[in-house]
Every structure is written in C-alpha cells, then in structure tokens.
Design a protein around this ligand. Structure first.
Ligand SMILES: Nc1ncnc2c1ncn2[C@@H]1O[C@H](COP(=O)(O)OP(=O)(O)OP(=O)(O)O)[C@@H](O)[C@H]1O
Length: 808
C-alpha cells in the first residue's frame, strides 16, 4: 500500500520567493501598500507568469506614456513656470518622505504673504504630488497586470488542484480497496489470533506443566551443573595434566627419538667398536703368538749367541794363548836369531881366526876340525831353529786366520743379535701398542656399554668374587676348592663366569651354570680397579643425577670390604668421596660451587637408626617419604655439611662405631643391618647460573645367611630373620620389576621402600653382587648369581638429570 502523501506536482506549482524578491517586497509594502504583499513569480518556477522585469518594463512603458502626456500638457503648469520632472523615487530618496507625508502635507502662510510667495511654496508640493500621482498610476497599472497574472495563475492552480483532487480520489479509491483488503486480512488475522490465543492458552497450560517439570529439572540441573563444574574442574586439571604429560611425552618422544638415534649410532659404534676390539684382540692374539714365537726365537738365538760368545771367548782365549806362545816363540826366535848372529859372529870370528891361523900357518888341524864340528853343530841347530821358526810362523798365521774367522763370525753373530734385538724391540713396541689399543678399545667399549645401559635404564650388575681367605685355605673343615671359573679370552672376557655346583652323595652330578654381567671382577681385582669401573657413575652425581650403588651377597662375601674397605685398601665410599671433592674442586675453576650434605642410617630389625646422631638416647622413630620428584626424606635424620673427604672419614668412623656388627660363624665382623650412606650434592655455577642437584646413595646391605650355617641363635637369630625377610622383600620387588608387574611391593619392607626411587625411579643404579669363591658356598653363590641376573634384567626409567638452567 502506497503512503498517502500530497503529490509533488502540487508543491512544485506553489510560488516561491527568492531573497531579492523578498527585498523588493519590503519596498513595495512600504510604498505600494497591502497590495504589494502578493507573491512575485519567476519564469524558472515552471508556471508562466510575469516577472518583475516584465512588470517594470510594462510599467516603464506606461510611465513613459504618462510622462509623455505630462510633457504635452500645457495648462496652469505652464503658468507656474517650468516644473522639473522628478520621479517619486528620486524625491523619496532625496527627502526621505513617504506617500502619507506628502498627502498629509499642509501649507500655511503668514498673514499678508504675497500670493507669488504662496505659489512658489506650492510648486515643490505640486511637483511631489505629480511625481506621486505618476508613481501611483504606474503602480496601479502594474497591479492590474499582476491581478491578471494572478487570475491566470489561480485558474491554472484550480486546474492543477482539480487534477490533484481527481488523483486523490483515485488514490482514495485505491486506498479504500486496500483498506478493505486489509480489513479482510485483519479479520483473518483476528481469527488466527483467536486460534493462537486458544493455542497459547493450551500452550500456557502445557508450559505451566512443563515449567513444573522444568523447575524440578532445574534443581536436578543445578546438581548436575555442580557435578559438571566439579567434573570440568577435574577435567581441566586432567587436561592440564594431560597437556603436561603430552609435553613430557613430546619432550620424551623427542628425547627418545634423539636417544634412539643416539642409541642406534652408539650401537653401530659399539658394533664397529666390538669388531675393532675383536680385530685388535685377534691382532693382539696374533702378535702375542708372534711375540711368543719370537720370544722362543729370541731365547734360542740368545742361547746360540751365548754359545757363540763362549766360542768367541774360547777363540779369544786361544788367540791370547797363541799370542802369548807367539810372543814366547818370538822371544825364542829373537834369542835364536841373536844366538845365530852371535854364532855367525863367532863363526866369522873363528873363520877369521882360522884364516889368521892359516895365514900364520901355525894352527893345528885338530883345532880346525873341532872348530869345523862346532860350526856344523851350530849350523844344524840353526837349521832346526829356522824350521821351528817357520812352523811357528805357520802356526801364527793359522792362529791369525782363526782369530780373523772368529772375529768375523763374532761380528756377524753380533749383527744378527742386534738385528734380532731390534726385531724384538719393534715387536715389543707393537705388542705394547696393540695392548694399549686393546685397553683403549676396552675403555671405549665400557663407556659405550654404560651409555647403552643408561639409555636402556637397566640396573647395572657388577659381580665381584672375593679371594679364598687364608682361614679357608688353612682349615680342612672348609672346602676351599674354587667353584668359580672365568673365561680367559673371547667375548665374555671380564663379563662372564661359571659356577660349578658339586655333585652330592645321592649321585647327582656336578652342574655348571654360566652367567654374564656388566662386569665380573675375579678374586685378584684390586679396590682401585673396582673403583675405576664405577668412577664415572659416581661422577654423574656431581652432574645432577641420582645415583645408587648397593652391595648384595651372602654373609662374608665381601660387601663391606667393597663398599667401605679398610685403611690399606679403601673401598667405594671413601674413594667416591675423594673423587667428588677432588672433581668439585677442579670444577671450581669453571665457576662451580658445591654444597654437600651427608647422612648415614642403618635399618636394623626393620627400624631406621640415625648413625650420625649425637644424642645418647636415640629411640626416635624415623619415617621415610618420597615426594613427586622422587626425592627421599627420612624424618629427623642428622644431615652434616661436609666440604672435605677427611670430614667424611670421621663421619664414617663415627657411624661404624654405631653400626650393628656382630660375630657369626661365617664372618667375624658380620654386618647385622643395612647401612645407607647418602650424599646430597647441590651445585651452582656462578658464571652460567646453572644449578644441579644430585644424590649419591651408597648402600652396604646385610648379608643373606642360612641360619643353620651361621649358627645364629637368640638376638643373632632375630637379626638374621629380619635381614632375610627384608632381602626376600627386595627379591619380590626385583621379580615384580623384572616381570613388569603393575604392582611392585615396595612397601613390604623398610629397605625396599627406602630404595624405591633407585629401583623404580629415574636414578642410575648399580648393584655389586658379591660372591664367595669356594665350593663350600657354591649353592649360595648360585642363588646370588641368579638373583643378580634377575636384577640385571630389570628396566627402570631412563636416568634423569636434575639441572636448572636460568631463562634468557
Ligand atoms: N676382595 C677381597 N679381597 C680381600 N679380602 C676380602 C675381599 N672381600 C672380602 N674380603 C675379606 O673377607 C672377609 C669378609 O668380608 P666382608 O666383611 O666384607 O663380608 P660381608 O659380605 O660384608 O659380610 P656380612 O654380610 O656378614 O657383613 C673380610 O675379612 C674381608 O676383609
């Protein structure tokens, strides 16, 4: 339906006034009276009507004619003389008078005023009246024109109004029709409304019923909402936990991927390292074979050389004897020569004498003959001596030749010996080189093995076999035959061992059982060598790891010796302290400062005792708690700040005095309790701001014992039962961990509860499995070794460093 508005055409026909028109209108009002109020029109306003200019022109033309009439007129005017034809507009402008002023003007004259003066006075008035008359006349003409225009305009307007009215009528008709339609619609709507009202009523009734249900539901909803809020809170908490976990898992996955990659590369390294080690081992074996062979050769050569030296010496002796003989012969020869010369001189003299005698003729024939005989004898002697000299010369030449030969032989042997020596030296060099490489390879293998163990999260097991004690060896009551054997070469060298359990009287044959651990220390292994193998693990406590090292084994198998040792052979605890303080000091140069606190406790008959407490009566009950980070706290336990190893030695001495130790049939100084030494290490790097916090737990467990063998009774029996019970609980925990059981019974004993973070957490854990070597304890050893194998298969979490790195 269209809106009911007046048409625009009507509006456009209405006259409008411009600003200029309004000004003129004002003039007109003043000058032309109320008639001048009528509207003026412009051609632009659409309806044809006269404009002001038209009017002016019209009026102007009329005025001209009036003027013309005036100018042609001759009447009294001429009598008054020429009167200037001023327009009303000029007069008005000049005098400021309005029409009424002129019309109301009255002239008064004083008595006796001359008529010429009075006429003179009338002249301006007449002028004004004439101008006014002309003006009014032109105005009336203009008004007439306007009236005509108005008339025309009004008839136009009437026509327009009629058209408009007709339009309106048509519109009204249309609107009436529309109204009728609307009314129909409204009726329909009303019906519908009524229907709707009815519906609404039923709806309202239903709504009321529903509302009742709703309010009960709202109540329920409130409850559900409260529940929901609680659940969503829980959900949020869970979600944040899940997020955290996801973060952890993501980090873990990243870490695990990195680790897996690292692991793979390590395994590849390990394999290649193993190959290299095998090759080196092979080369070493070969070299050792060659060395043995060469050693044999060297020995035989040395024997030969000794023989040759003997020969040379003999030859030298002979040469010296020959030289001596030669000297004697030379002396003899010289003597003989001198004698010969003397004899020759004598013979010459004799000949001279003979000649003289002959010349004198007086010498006798006998003297001559005697002299001839002497000469012949001397000549015989001379030829004999000449022969002797010749043979001696020959001998000398022979001896010289022999000596030259011996010298040459000695020289060649010496050269051979020097060559052999050089060979031996170079072989020894390469043997040392090979041995060094084998050692380095072994070190590397150990490192890799440790890393792999860390990555796998296994509990490491180092088996240590103690030597046969002098008492065992001496006393026939003991079967001191060795029941353990160690591979002397191959892959299991240093890692494997075999226990032989002897047969029994029922005819059971001896049985061999093979085991392999991360490391096996045979009886000859020194404390130093043992510590060397775990020093890296100890070191990681300084790096922020939780480290746990404990010694397990039957009574008298060497646990306390391994962990504490004695003055001459200090064990793991004092050595670990030395290393920690020493390394801590060295790290000081890199800005590290460490704060260390030690505590020592024993678990005796399922009670925790503070071994560093200075209280006389220490019957306080100590409670073990673990927080979410895996940190363990024992209530009311004495913590001592330590900053040098000697302080720890004092603490150890103090603790050892307090520790429960007793004499049993199997060990003179048997530990009757589990002892736990804990060192907390807080490190802070003043240069980088990095903080680490590590814990080192070193534990000497009490030994398992067969009560019938240890001869325990009374208090000892009670102790033994408590020890065995807690070790059995340890066994159960290990079984549960190894079998990946959901429930691990850590709480079954004080020992397992205390060790929970080490066995089930993220610490680096190592167990020393101490074993006695003799056949007497073969069964116990077998049990211990089986336990050790189970422990070795336990996978705990991947060790985690406790390090805080500052932000930014
Ligand atoms: N590797 C070794 N070298 C030399 N002597 C050893 C070694 N291991 C143990 N011993 C000696 O054997 C004896 C028993 O050792 P130890 O006291 O350490 O056993 P244990 O396992 O701690 O016994 P228990 O459980 O009864 O306390 C001690 O005299 C000790 O000095």
């Amino acid at each position: 339906m269209k809106p009911l508005e007046p048409s625009k055409a009507t509006n456009s026909a209405a006259p409008t006034t411009s600003a200029a028109d309004r000004k003129r209108k004002a003039d007109t009002v003043t000058e032309a009276g109320p008639d001048a109020k009528r509207p003026t029109f412009s051609a632009s306003q659409g309806v044809a009507r006269p404009t002001r200019s038209n009017t002016t022109t019209g009026a102007g033309s009329k005025a001209t004619s009036v003027q013309g009439a005036t100018s042609t007129r001759t009447g009294p005017m001429s009598e008054l003389g020429p009167i200037a034809e001023e327009s009303w507009d000029d007069i008005r402008d000049k005098t400021g008078q309005v029409v009424e002023d002129v019309l109301n003007k009255k002239l008064s004259f004083a008595k006796g005023t001359k008529p010429e003066r009075k006429v003179e006075a009338f002249v301006p008035l007449v002028k004004e009246l004439k101008a006014l008359g002309r003006h009014l006349h032109s105005n009336s003409q203009r008004l007439e024109l306007d009236v005509e225009q108005w008339k025309r305009h009004s008839s136009e307007l009437s026509a327009a109004a009629e058209a408009e009215r007709q339009q309106w009528a048509a519109k009204q008709e249309a609107v009436g029709k529309q109204l009728a339609e609307i009314k129909e619609l409204l009726d329909l709507q009303e019906q519908q409304n009524k229907q709707l009202e009815a519906d609404v009523k039923t709806g309202e009734e239903a709504l009321a019923a529903k509302q009742a249900t709703l309010s009960s539901l709202e109540l329920k909803l409130e409850g559900v909402q409260a529940e929901l809020e609680r659940t969503s809170k829980q959900l949020e908490e869970r979600e944040s936990k899940i997020k955290e976990m996801e973060d952890v898992v993501r980090t873990g996955q990243k870490y695990s991927t990195t680790l897996q990659a690292y692991n793979t590369s390590l395994q590849a390294d390990l394999t290649s390292e193993k190959q290299r080690r095998d090759e080196v081992q092979k080369a070493k074996d070969e070299l050792q074979g060659q060395a043995a062979e060469l050693g044999g050769k060297v020995r035989s050569l040395e024997q030969l050389l000794a023989y040759e030296r003997e020969q040379v010496q003999k030859l030298r002796d002979e040469r010296e004897a020959a030289t001596r003989d030669l000297a004697v012969l030379r002396a003899d020869l010289d003597n003989t020569r001198q004698e010969r010369e003397r004899a020759l001189a004598e013979a010459a003299k004799n000949k001279e004498d003979l000649d003289k005698l002959r010349a004198a003729g007086g010498k006798s024939l006998e003297t001559l003959e005697a002299l001839s005989n002497d000469k012949a004898t001397m000549e015989t002697q001379l030829s004999m001596q000449q022969k002797l000299i010749a043979s001696m010369r020959e001998e000398l030449a022979g001896a010289k030749e022999g000596r030259a030969m011996a010298d040459a032989m000695a020289d060649s042997r010496a050269a051979q010996i020097a060559e052999l020596k050089a060979q031996v030296e170079s072989l020894q060099g390469s043997l040392g080189d090979a041995e060094r490489r084998v050692y380095e390879g072994e070190l590397h293998r150990r490192k890799l093995h440790n890393i792999i163990q860390d990555l796998k999260g296994n509990i490491r097991v180092y088996c240590r076999v103690r030597p046969v004690s002098s008492a065992e060896a001496a006393d026939a009551a003991h079967d001191s035959e060795m029941s353990l054997d160690f591979p002397s070469a191959g892959d299991l060298l240093g890692r494997g061992l075999t226990v032989v359990v002897p047969g029994n009287l029922t005819g059971q044959a001896p049985q061999k059982h093979n085991f392999a651990f991360d490391r096996v220390f045979s009886p000859g292994t020194s404390q130093d060598m043992v510590f060397d193998e775990i020093s890296e693990l100890v070191q990681s406590a300084l790096d922020g790891h939780k480290v746990c090292i404990f010694a397990y084994g039957q009574t008298g198998s060497g646990k306390t010796f391994t962990m504490l040792g004695n003055r001459d052979a200090p064990g793991v605890i004092p050595r670990a302290m030395q290393q920690i303080f020493h390394t801590g000091q060295k790290l000081g140069a890199q800005g590290w400062q460490f704060n260390m606190q030690a505590s020592m406790l024993e678990i005796y008959n399922e009670d925790i005792r503070d071994l560093l407490s200075r209280r006389k009566d220490d019957s306080k009950k100590h409670q073990v708690t673990h927080d979410t980070t895996g940190a363990t706290t024992v209530s009311d336990l004495t913590l001592v700040d330590v900053n040098r190893p000697e302080a720890v030695d004092q603490l150890l001495a103090q603790a050892m005095e307090k520790r429960s130790v007793g004499c049993t049939a199997l060990n003179e100084q048997s530990s009757r309790s589990h002892m736990v030494f804990t060192m907390r290490i807080e490190g802070h790097n003043t240069e980088t701001g990095v903080k680490v916090s590590g814990v080192l737990n070193l534990i000497d467990l009490a030994g398992s014992e067969r009560v019938k063998d240890s001869g325990a009774a009374g208090q000892r029996l009670k102790e033994a039962q408590a020890i065995n019970k807690s070790l059995a609980a340890l066994g159960d925990v290990i079984m549960a961990l190894a079998n990946k059981q959901e429930h691990v019974p850590f709480r079954n004993s004080k020992l397992t509860y205390l060790l929970q973070p080490c066995l089930g957490g993220d610490s680096k854990t190592l167990m020393f499995l101490n074993v006695a070597p003799t056949r007497e304890f073969a069964h116990e050893s077998l049990c211990s070794l089986r336990f050790g194998a189970k422990v070795n298969s336990c996978e705990i979490n991947v060790p985690k460093k406790n390090v805080v790195v500052p932000r930014g």
